[in-house]
Design a protein around this ligand. Structure first.
Ligand code: SF4
Ligand code: SF4
Length: 376
């Protein structure tokens, strides 16, 4: 029996601390011993404020750090942000201030170690400090994800892939979302965090996981020793079939899906959570893939009035599908692999996933057709 613990809270520090300590005790946090190296891995994607709901909230990071320090461990807080300096992220998120007086090391991952991977991949390169930690406390933020539907406990560990290795993985797996989900699950299997605590207090819906998403108050913290079980519980909470989250499906393939998941505490049911539209990027006969992708498949688009031409999107794009011309950012949709890294890193929320006009017209026709045939 794999347990997932749920507590309803806001961000009042006293209540967050009690909830995190209770959940850690329930998960067997007493196994943290003096002299152990504990790595706390929040979601530190990019510079953002707590009200943007992009990053794990500072109160949850602080509570997890305090728990490990109370057990006598040496504690480090790290991630490999997609964009922006680590110091700016600590400052804007409030994490730097929250941890200011605690004996904890905060720094970005820099060095990787190689390890063999399951076929079709040959090897993974993951942050040395994550591989060498005695205990990992994984602190994901509950957010939608325009490519992978949701980013939860398993996906959060992709932050242990250092720097530009991340876009490389996007490029290697290309438009194949299932292949990317398999990479994510292999990263999880290599790191196997001991504890996972998800910040679902101020979560994100819509076009996450960056600033294009919309903050949504949910008011829960979930914890589990098993990241896959935690992700399945979130799917239940949001009315998503667990296999629709491709990391769950890939975990099942690799024999990492726990057979029996039990939720302790009150798991709310949120029927109206706004999910991104995530469809297949390739469909139809192969000879038409190019034209279908260009005209019918959802793609990133820029709201020009919000774009400050800062360059983050074209610097990060793994497919080099973006360029600046005539004071505008242009996409090459033939190259674009729909990874939505550009949407993730845009500091101004200027990029969103949109269906092209032909795709919109087709969807409308299909909906009208089904409505006509399903009405009594
Ligand atoms: S779309 Fe966003 S990331 Fe790209 S240049 Fe404009 S503001 Fe910067
Ligand atoms: S343009 Fe955006 S979605 Fe397309 S490949 Fe580049 S980063 Fe990914």
């Amino acid at each position: 029996m794999t347990k997932v613990f749920v507590r309803s809270v806001g961000y009042d520090y006293g209540r967050v601390r009690s909830a995190v300590f209770e959940i850690m005790d329930s998960m067997g946090g007493e196994s943290i011993d003096s002299g152990m190296n504990v790595l706390v891995k929040p979601n530190l994607l990019a510079p953002a404020f707590p009200e943007n709901a992009v990053l794990t909230h500072h109160s949850i990071v602080k509570a997890a750090v305090e728990y490990a320090l109370d057990r006598g461990a040496t504690v480090q807080v790290s991630d490999s942000p997609a964009t922006g300096s680590f110091q700016r992220i600590l400052k804007g998120s409030g994490i730097g201030e929250a941890l200011r007086e605690l004996p904890v090391l905060c720094r970005p991952f820099e060095r990787s170690l190689r390890l063999p991977a399951e076929p079709p991949f040959t090897q993974l390169e993951l942050a040395e400090e994550a591989l060498k930690a005695d205990i990992i406390i994984n602190l994901p933020k509950m957010k939608t994800h325009s490519q992978m539907l949701l980013t939860l406990a398993v996906k959060n560990l992709f932050g242990c892939v250092v720097g530009l290795r991340k876009p490389e993985w996007h490029m290697k797996t290309g438009v194949n979302r299932i292949a990317f989900a398999r990479v994510l699950v292999q990263v999880y299997a290599a790191l196997k965090p001991s504890f996972n605590i998800l910040d679902g207090v101020l979560a994100m819906e819509g076009q996450g996981p960056g600033k294009s998403g919309t903050p949504r108050k949910v008011g829960v913290i979930l914890g589990s020793k098993n990241a896959v079980a935690l992700d399945v519980a979130v799917c239940r909470m949001l009315g998503v079939a667990p296999e629709d989250l491709l990391t769950n499906m890939a975990a099942g393939e690799l024999g990492l899906m726990p057979p029996d998941i039990q939720v302790e505490g009150t798991l709310p049911f949120i029927a109206d959570y706004r999910m991104p539209h995530v469809g297949s990027v390739v469909f139809g006969p192969e000879m038409f893939h190019g034209i279908l992708r260009r005209h019918f498949v959802q793609r990133p688009e820029i709201e020009e009035s919000s774009c400050k031409l800062c360059g983050e999107c074209w610097k990060f794009c793994p497919a080099h599908a973006l360029e600046r011309t005539n004071e505008k950012v242009r996409f090459d949709y033939d190259r674009c692999i729909r990874c939505y890294c550009c949407l993730e890193v845009c500091p101004y929320g200027a990029i969103s996933a949109q269906e092209p006009p032909a795709g919109r017209a087709l969807s409308k026709t299909v909906r009208t057709f089904f409505r006509a045939f399903s009405s009594p």
